[in-house]
Design a protein around this ligand. Structure first.
Ligand SMILES: Nc1ncnc2c1ncn2[C@@H]1O[C@H](COP(=O)(O)OP(=O)(O)OP(=O)(O)O)[C@@H](O)[C@H]1O
Length: 546
């Protein structure tokens, strides 16, 4: 699917570059303006879909950038863009305290007010903005020092394509990295992010300022492509159509937002000629239909593929071969959030390999793995851990020379914003797991069972959504085994468990659903009772199950 998107993006870029040779100058100029609005829509999508701050106010930094570029006394494009971005960002920084503490519809109202205020200032502050008449671009822009001036609609359009393309690429790269994860995490579960020590307000401020810079850049590009700017460019209808385009395209997808917005503004222009005065009505109907039929926009059609909201982990035909041995053979699993899933099977069934595949420690030979609605097949173990996949290894992996408390504090450091900050939640976790009295003891002095519990505490400190447990009962004494059972039973349902274990009594007592493997092959899935009484399972186990 991602290859399809890449192909579509490359084709769309090719068409975008070829277009001015296929249409007249007027259409080229119109397309340039639509492209600029698409760029501003990317900033709206960043706030609305990614950061969870729905906005009607991006017309304000858009205008600030445009007027800043218009009042500059020089004509180098990159300087204009840089200044406009800085002014857009500064405007956002000033207004951020009004926005980042609000949520939901209140954000819409505040940003609407900011947009309207900016529009009023643009209309009234004649000495700077030219009032309702607007400002003309006084000099022809040259993209960089020494380049020739952009003196045709085609040249200005291509300049906008390149500048907008660079900005969109930067946004996409940023959103694929930690910044995107942190913003989406804040949007999905702000409380949990704060509980994990994340400064959500700072993240939202960062996103708001970055969105201001993007919209400001759009302002400078609007000036260049239109050769003038006026308050009418930044009115409520522009703000509303931007949001409409973003909703139609898919609020969480910058490329979808760009395409959706281009579509909406093109439709508005076309409908204005076709049905004078009726365009807002038709677009309003389109908005309502989209909100009902495609709540995640057109781009939201992409990740569906048989993934229900509650499925936390899906493996699709996943396999791993070692030479002639197929350790895991085309396995389809579907584990819902909160589930306790046991995986059992005789030695060599592929259980540990399956956990390695899910954790990202082992590369699959084929198939796909989806976690929390996202295809994680290509992601390594660290990225998957960051997404919420925790793992308990067959042999407890602890830092032997650190104290029990420090082991957990270090494991929690990334979530807690540092080791020192991690100490308090670490101490609470140790108490919960019955290890509080060992907090000051080096891990190497703990018993095997205590180390096992410590590793569970360390994994929980990372606040996993899915915890993979590889034979946690191996080597435990009877007392330690009892305690492990109690610890696992008491884990909150926010943590989904995938438990590989030879001690079937533990699996049957703990699991909601049990999957049986043999020689890498899927044998059966069912409730503990069904599995216990299944003839196929007895055969797979050759009578081991009593
Ligand atoms: N790195 C490897 N190189 C070669 N073969 C491997 C490797 N890892 C696993 N295998 C083989 O893959 C098969 C499945 O191994 P795996 O360890 O996943 O099974 P398991 O069900 O966890 O077994 P056990 O219960 O004994 O731990 C076995 O035949 C094993 O020998």
């Amino acid at each position: 699917m991602s290859r399809l998107i890449a192909l579509a993006t490359v084709s769309a870029t090719g068409v975008a570059v070829a277009v001015p040779w296929l249409v007249d100058d007027y259409t080229t100029a119109t397309l340039a303006r639509i492209l600029v609005l698409g760029l501003v829509a990317v900033s709206v999508a960043l706030l609305t879909g990614v950061a969870g701050l729905p906005t009607l106010g991006q017309t304000a930094p858009f205008a600030a950038g445009a007027y800043a570029a218009a009042s500059l006394d020089q004509s180098v494009g990159v300087v204009q863009l840089g200044v406009a971005a800085a002014v857009g960002a500064a405007f956002a920084l000033l207004t951020a305290p009004l926005v980042v503490y609000a949520r939901g519809v209140v954000v819409l109202m505040i940003t609407l007010a900011i947009g309207e205020l900016a529009m009023t200032v643009a209309s009234r502050w004649k000495s700077v903005t030219g009032g309702t008449d607007g400002l003309l671009a006084v000099t022809a822009v040259r993209p960089v020092w020494g380049a020739s001036t952009l003196d045709s609609d085609r040249a200005r359009y291509l300049y906008a394509v390149v500048a907008a393309g660079v900005v969109v690429c930067l946004v996409l790269v940023a959103l694929r990295g930690p910044a995107g994860l942190l913003l989406r995490g804040s949007r999905d579960d702000e409380g949990r992010m704060r509980a994990s020590g994340h400064p959500v307000t700072a993240y939202l401020t960062g996103a708001y300022v970055a969105a201001g810079a993007i919209a400001g850049t759009g302002g400078a590009l609007l000036l260049t492509t239109q050769q003038y700017v006026a308050p009418a460019d930044f009115g409520f209808d522009t703000a509303a159509l931007l949001l409409l385009g973003v909703v139609i395209g898919g609020a969480a997808s910058p490329l979808g937002a760009l395409a959706g917005t281009a579509l909406v503004f093109a439709a508005r222009d076309w409908l204005s000629g076709l049905l004078p005065g009726q365009a807002p009505l038709v677009l309003g109907a389109l908005f309502v239909a989209t909100a009902y039929l495609l709540p995640r926009g057109v781009a939201g059609l992409r990740p569906a593929r048989g993934c229900s909201v509650d499925d936390l982990l899906i493996t699709e035909g996943v396999c791993r071969r070692y030479g002639a041995v197929t350790a895991v053979d085309r396995l389809d699993l579907r584990i819902v959030a909160g589930e306790r899933r046991g995986v059992i099977g005789p030695n060599g069934a592929g259980k540990s390999t399956l956990l390695g595949l899910v954790a990202g420690a082992i590369r699959p030979s084929g198939g796909r793995i989806r976690f929390a609605g996202r295809d994680v097949t290509a992601l390594g173990a660290a990225r998957r851990a960051g997404l919420g996949i925790g793992r308990i290894h067959q042999r407890p992996a602890v830092w032997p020379t650190l104290t029990t408390l420090d082991n957990v504090a270090v494991a929690a450091a990334r979530r807690s914003g540092g080791v020192r900050r991690g100490r308090l939640p670490a101490a609470e976790l140790l108490d919960r797991l019955g290890l509080g009295h060992c907090a000051g003891i080096e891990a190497e002095r703990l018993s095997h069972g205590q180390r096992r519990q410590l590793e569970i505490a360390m994994a929980l400190a990372g606040r996993p959504r899915l915890l993979l447990l590889d034979e946690p009962a191996a080597g435990l004494s009877a007392v330690e085994f009892e305690r492990l059972g109690a610890v696992l039973r008491d884990l909150p349902r926010e943590v989904t468990l995938l438990l590989v274990e030879h001690r079937l009594d533990l699996v049957f007592a703990l699991a909601d659903v049990v999957t049986v493997l043999r020689d890498g092959q899927y044998v059966a899935t069912g409730t503990p009772h069904e599995i216990r009484t299944s003839a196929a399972v007895r055969q797979a186990y050759s009578g081991v199950i009593a």
